[in-house]
Design a protein around this ligand. Sequence first.
Ligand SMILES: Nc1nc2c(ncn2[C@@H]2O[C@H](COP(=O)(O)OP(=O)(O)O)[C@@H](O)[C@H]2O)c(=O)[nH]1
Ligand SMILES: [Mg+2]
Length: 207
Amino acid sequence: MAKSDELAADVRRRLQAARVLTFNLVSSPGSGKTTLLERTLADLGAEFAISVVTGDVQTQNDADRLARHTDRLVQAVVTNGACHLDARQVATALDEVDLNNTRLLFIENVGNLVCPADYDLGEDLRVVLLSTTEGEDKPLKYPPMFHSADVAIVTKSDLAAAAGFNREQALANLKRVSHHAEIFELSAKTGDGMRSWLDFLVKRQRV
Ligand SMILES: Nc1nc2c(ncn2[C@@H]2O[C@H](COP(=O)(O)OP(=O)(O)O)[C@@H](O)[C@H]2O)c(=O)[nH]1
Ligand SMILES: [Mg+2]
């Protein structure tokens, strides 16, 4: 773990030197990480130099999906069973990425609300997603993940009514556990709420 933290510090220094702002996206499988990135690339990709590293236990499916929305390299990491990415895998993936020509870097972590909580990847901001279809209580059930988040995004807002999503309860749980997180609510399918997320990215980029 100490070695992993050292490697994460190396990654962080490398990204800061290249003036890249980096996001580590975490959530349950299926909460909408890849869909949010597809939409973000489609909406901002032409204006901003965005690079992506995707982590999955098996397959390059997410990287292939994202590659359709950008002509930049989307670097896939297959963890072969591991339930999270680690800083060494990110460091290796970054060897392939043109960092000097990157403003924003998204790392899509393995879908899991437990393991990724303990692994610093060298990111600037940790982004946790909570979809309206997975229940309002996830922040209470997985406090380390939600507590460590800098940004919390309620996704699939278009499905809230069908899923019987209790928005007030979910926001109260998020505010209780994700103390310092900035909260967004959106649908990457309909585009509803995307504007505030995109504005946030533009505002936070390193200059
Ligand atoms: N209705 C709706 N479906 C979504 C939304 N975001 C993702 N999905 C769907 O949810 C499923 C899982 O999404 P995906 O992006 O692969 O989740 P990931 O495992 O977190 O990367 C897919 O079938 C997506 O089409 C959304 O905002 N609204
Ligand atoms: Mg995905």
